[in-house]
Design a binder for this molecule. Structure first.
Ligand code: PLP
Length: 410
């Protein structure tokens, strides 16, 4: 069959009278409320649905944490805090936001290489769990903790000896700045008591943006295997087993939705063995993209339309400075189009092939490359879907000094 690859259907957005709907309102109404473009809009109901759907499938023993770096907007973090069991932070800035929620400090964990002393000190005082990424970091934590007379809560971020197959972004199984190599962890565990640290367990994260349930199942099996092996060297009871995130969402033509049911079933099967060997261990999945990615759209307005050597260009007031990932410059090897629409002409059948670009002086500033879309003009609105994760805060907003995008949670 020689069918052109399509984008997966967008499950969470309706169209009424030719206009895209978000939350319970039309895009055009939202635009007039906000009063300007470009902006990101996130639908809280979609986020809720994503979390509750996964929660329903998972066995009771599995806890869900939100990896804030996917979208650290404070309103979203507040909303997530009411839905999940804990938060994952990657900097003192994120921790500050996490601490404004009702989340208990021991349900907040801090991962990331190169933590500064001020950050470690802040985390120790806050009583959150620090995922140690190196031997040196362990010594620094121990020093700060003993000076302040607080017992620091720590876990070890493990760089696994396997990698998540076919993962968009691999985080383990190779030489990396993340975590302590699995083979060095037993030696580190021996030293924990001497350093007077309060050891909670392990964080093992093997990759991001995976759409294959078989691959995630294999990674979970290997992660649990590794955790059980390492726990034999632990100085005390394992209380935390963070098996990472990495559940993907469909971005590009040909991508299909991740089937989470078999992943949940597999975790159900794994739990008895974990509880048997590690009765005190809380098993945590820490997801970012999967919870918020589909809930967000990025909206910009067409400023100009021109034809160059037979190709149509729609030039917008938004671009890669707000949405690096949609431009194809955030970890993609080959540029592919995100799902894009003309938000106020959703059902128009008069279509043409267009390039949608931003105002920056670089050809990298492309939001859509030769896409067939309803015919649009200056004044119309371009919508980029699947924009709720690694969007605004993962973009070079200072580049070219254009006005910033706004963010709203609806
Ligand atoms: C980013 C991150 C996650 C979440 O990754 P997603 O692919 O967004 O689910 C989980 N754990 C750690 C340590 C991370 O850095």
């Amino acid at each position: 069959m020689n069918r052109k690859k399509q984008h997966a259907p967008l499950k969470y957005f309706q169209v009424k009278n030719n206009i895209l709907q978000i939350g319970d309102q039309s895009l055009t109404r939202l635009i007039s409320t906000i009063g300007r473009t470009p902006f990101y809009a996130y639908d809280r109901n979609v986020i809720t649905e994503k979390v509750t759907h996964l929660r329903k499938l998972l066995p009771d023993g599995i806890k869900l944490h939100y990896a804030m770096k996917a979208n650290p907007m404070p309103e979203i973090v507040q909303h997530m805090a009411g839905l999940v069991d804990g938060l994952g932070v990657a900097s003192a800035g994120e921790l500050e936001v996490a601490l404004t929620t009702a989340t208990k400090p021991y349900n907040i964990s801090f991962a990331g290489p190169g933590k500064r002393e001020e950050e470690l000190s802040y985390a120790i005082r806050a009583g959150i769990i620090i995922n140690m990424e190196s031997e040196r970091e362990m010594r620094t934590i121990a020093e700060i903790a003993s000076q302040s007379g607080i017992k620091a809560k720590v876990a070890i971020r493990v760089n696994p000896d396997f990698e998540l197959k076919l993962s968009g972004m691999k985080m383990g199984g190779r030489a990396t700045q993340f975590g302590v190599d699995a083979e060095r962890v037993p030696e580190l565990l021996k030293q924990l008591d001497r350093f007077g640290l309060d050891f909670y367990g392990f964080h093992i994260f093997s990759g991001s943006q995976n759409l294959l349930s078989e691959a995630i199942i294999e990674a979970h099996n290997k992660t649990i295997d590794l955790a059980l092996q390492l726990s034999e060297h632990a100085p005390g009871m394992i209380r935390l087993l963070n098996i990472g995130g990495g559940f993907g969402i469909p971005y590009f033509p040909g991508d299909e939705y991740l089937d989470v049911a078999p992943i949940a079933d597999n975790l159900k099967n794994l739990l008895p063995a974990i509880t048997n060997k590690l009765p005190d261990a809380e098993v945590v999945i820490e997801l970012g993209r999967y919870f918020v990615g589909e809930a967000g759209i990025y909206v910009c307005q067409i400023l100009d339309k021109k034809v160059s050597r037979g190709q149509v260009f729609l030039i917008t007031d938004g671009g890669l400075h707000h949405h690096l990932a949609a431009s194809g410059n955030f970890g993609q090897v080959i540029r592919k189009n995100y799902p894009v629409a003309i938000g106020n002409r959703m059902e128009n059948t008069d279509q043409e092939v267009v390039n949608i670009v931003g105002p920056l002086c670089t050809p990298l500033d492309t939001l859509a490359d030769k896409m067939l879309l309803p015919k649009a003009n200056a004044g119309d609105y371009v919508v980029v879907f699947q924009s709720g994760a690694y969007g605004f805060t993962a973009s070079p907003t200072a580049f070219l000094s254009h006005p910033n995008a706004v963010e709203v949670l609806v």
